[in-house]
Write a protein that binds this ligand. Structure first.
Ligand SMILES: Nc1ncnc2c1ncn2[C@@H]1O[C@H](COP(=O)(O)OP(=O)(O)OP(=O)(O)O)[C@@H](O)[C@H]1O
Ligand SMILES: [Mg+2]
Length: 367
């Protein structure tokens, strides 16, 4: 039994001359899902979206929309619509005329056009602005009109390429929430391109993390953040400490040795790593704690890592303080400690500390 997906990419490749923009990408995007393509500039996000839309043809592989293979079908014959970063509204037309434009072209009956324009304007909460010209609207309002124009065609799938990129940070944050609420309300599948990891984590049901045309990991925001599949994902999403290690054992427990000779256990190891290999231990700053040496001696639990270090730098950032700690082998790590109590004795620069973390949070990844 094969489930039908809103959009499915099977082993899709896109080559421009020598450049492999998209390198054997397979994705299965579910109906009604808010799915994001996330990755740095040039990683192939727009190219992937343009192939789904039909503006580019894959060099290899196949694209299915609701189970139908698209082949050479042109963009206007696909049950999708696209909102680009540089949404071009016609300046001489009113908001309502801008939204109606596509339907006018298709000779849709007058009263149906009116009904659908009103409906689309209500969706983006701009019903009272139907008669304004684009230049009488703020950037965020213009962006919502561009969305309304895409939604008016009732696409089954909406493709959005960095649609909030041109907005300032505050408006961008507000629009993220609105867009997510709108998507849930209309139940359309959204495929959303962004290079902003926080935006992707906030809005998405699932995220595909891309780099150099390759999909490194697909998962829900928590999985992507808490269980990064490799070093690229761990590094690109949020902040991560990477400690160089050598693998001592993989079973019954995963054990690694730091440069200082100290051994710790870890919760997970990336496939393809063997005993004796060099690797990195990846651990998030907020998953670590600092103890005084005498306190650490009391901790008997086997699944708690303890590593000697020296505090070298402190940065107070309000909610927490970032403690830079140099480990025995010279590796610098950042430990984020929440500022839970006012007047708590702070760590001092130069002080010896034991860095601890729960072994389950440590992941052994390829260098
Ligand atoms: N028409 C084209 N001809 C040649 N190379 C192209 C073309 N379009 C894209 N590329 C190349 O393909 C790669 C992927 O580009 P793409 O636009 O998909 O990246 P992106 O992830 O959307 O980046 P950004 O975040 O900067 O928008 C880049 O190396 C780019 O230079
Ligand atoms: Mg792009």
């Amino acid at each position: 039994m094969s489930e039908t997906f809103a959009v499915e990419l099977q082993d899709v490749v896109k080559q421009f001359g020598d450049v492999i923009a998209v390198n054997h990408v397979s994705l299965r995007i579910k109906d009604g899902e808010f799915f994001s393509l996330l990755g740095p500039s040039g990683c192939g996000k727009t190219t992937t979206l343009r192939m789904i839309a039909g503006f580019e043809m894959p060099t290899g592989g196949a694209i299915y929309i609701h189970g139908e293979r698209q082949g050479y079908r042109p963009p206007n014959k696909r049950p999708i619509n696209t909102v680009f970063q540089n949404y071009a509204l016609f300046p001489h037309m009113t908001v309502a005329e801008n939204i109606a434009f596509g339907m006018e072209m298709q000779k849709t009956p007058r009263d149906e056009i009116k009904r659908r324009v009103d409906e689309a304007l209500a969706m983006v909460r701009l019903s009272n602005m139907a008669n304004r010209k684009p230049k009488q609207l703020s950037g965020g309002q213009q962006q919502r009109i561009a969305l309304a124009r895409a939604l008016v065609n009732r696409p089954k799938v909406l493709l959005l390429d960095e649609p909030l990129g041109a907005l300032d940070l505050k408006l961008r944050k507000a629009m993220q929430i609105e867009l997510k609420a709108l998507q849930e309300e209309v139940g359309i599948t959204f495929i959303y391109v962004t290079h902003d990891q926080e935006e992707a984590l906030t809005m998405s049901d699932r995220i595909a993390v891309m780099n150099n045309g390759i999909v490194h990991q697909v998962g829900d925001p928590e999985t992507i953040y808490e269980h990064p599949a490799d070093r690229f994902v761990a590094d690109f999403i949020g902040e991560t400490n990477f400690i160089p290690v050598k693998v001592v054992s993989l079973s019954p427990v995963i054990e690694v040795a730091l440069g200082s000779g100290e051994k710790v256990i870890a919760g997970w190891v990336e496939e393809g790593i063997s005993v004796g290999d060099r690797a990195v231990l990846s651990i998030r700053p907020e998953k670590m704690d600092l103890l005084e040496p005498h306190e650490a001696a009391e901790v008997k639990a086997k699944d708690v890592a303890r590593v000697r270090g020296k505090v070298t730098h402190l940065v107070y950032v309000g909610t927490d303080t970032r403690h830079s700690v140099t480990l025995g082998d010279g590796t610098e790590v950042v430990v984020r400690l929440q500022n839970m109590y006012i007047g708590e004795e702070p760590w001092e620069i130069g002080e010896e500390a034991i860095v601890t973390w729960n072994a389950a949070h440590a992941r052994i990844l390829k260098e």
